[in-house]
Design a protein around this ligand. Structure first.
Ligand code: MG
Length: 252
């Protein structure tokens, strides 16, 4: 049986930047009785606090949870009654400057500068810079309509790949690109999980909504972890219900 179930967050466990709904939170609570659980996302710790941690039932076994913000460049665990950062790998000032310059240029070169912004486009998470094309506070409706076929972000990604050797540029969420050091992707997160959770790759199962070429969940599948591509959080919840019922111990 699998020992660890890992999840992408946005589009897999919750709608983009929204908290887990009560049903999903209950599913995760039940799953924690059966397996170790990890959530891996481009978002920073604060995002996990509001989207995931605050939503979990009080009796959830938090000691079995591995929270991996910024695509696994950070790890948080619940130790001795509190959430602690286990490690974090941050950008140098020079790396940050190089990325911001390249992003400015790529937006113009790809011709995708939007007419309207809702909040800042750039979020610096220390270990990852996330570009949200319409701004971080853009409403979901505007976000869903901006790049439904990903053409704009693929064009941006093409520009950035040539300008940022040594960095990894991934499409995520509905309007965003995540930039990390090369090699820091969700497959890297899985490698760190193998180390910190002491669970072999074969004993892991991964759920993600972006398991396709260029998607930010695809490196996990490519790295040989059994992976399930889901359409949305509702589909994840339906699969989890089945998985939990199937593995529920029989009485006596
Ligand atoms: Mg996702």
């Amino acid at each position: 049986m699998k020992q660890l179930v890992a999840f992408d967050l946005d589009g897999t466990l919750a709608e983009s930047k929204q908290p887990l709904d009560a049903h999903m939170a209950a599913c995760l609570r039940s799953l924690l009785d059966l397996a170790l659980v990890s959530v891996i996302s481009g978002g920073d710790w604060k995002q996990f606090e509001t989207q995931v941690i605050a939503r979990l039932p009080a009796d959830a076994d938090l000691g079995r949870l591995f929270i991996m913000p910024t695509t696994g460049a950070k790890l948080y665990r619940f130790v001795e009654g509190g959430w602690r950062q286990i490690y974090a790998e941050t950008f140098t000032a020079a790396e940050r400057g190089q990325i911001l310059t390249a992003l400015e240029r790529a937006v113009d070169d790809a011709g995708v500068r939007p007419d309207k912004l809702w909040g800042p486009q750039i979020e610096d998470r220390g270990t990852q810079i996330t570009f949200s094309a319409l701004g971080q506070q853009a409403p979901i409706d505007a976000k869903k309509g901006w790049d439904p076929d990903q053409a704009k972000r693929i064009a941006l990604q093409r520009q950035l790949v040539t300008q940022l050797p040594g960095f990894s540029i991934r499409i995520g969420g509905t309007t965003s690109l995540d930039i990390t050091r090369e090699g820091v992707d969700k497959a890297y997160a899985i490698d760190r999980l193998i180390e910190h959770a002491a669970v072999p790759r074969e004993a892991m199962l991964f759920f993600g909504d972006a398991i396709y070429p260029g998607g930010n969940d695809d490196p996990v599948r490519a790295a040989g972890v059994d992976s399930v591509r889901v359409r949305d959080p509702a589909e994840t919840a339906a699969i989890l219900e089945s998985l939990i019922a199937w593995n529920r111990p029989l009485p006596g």
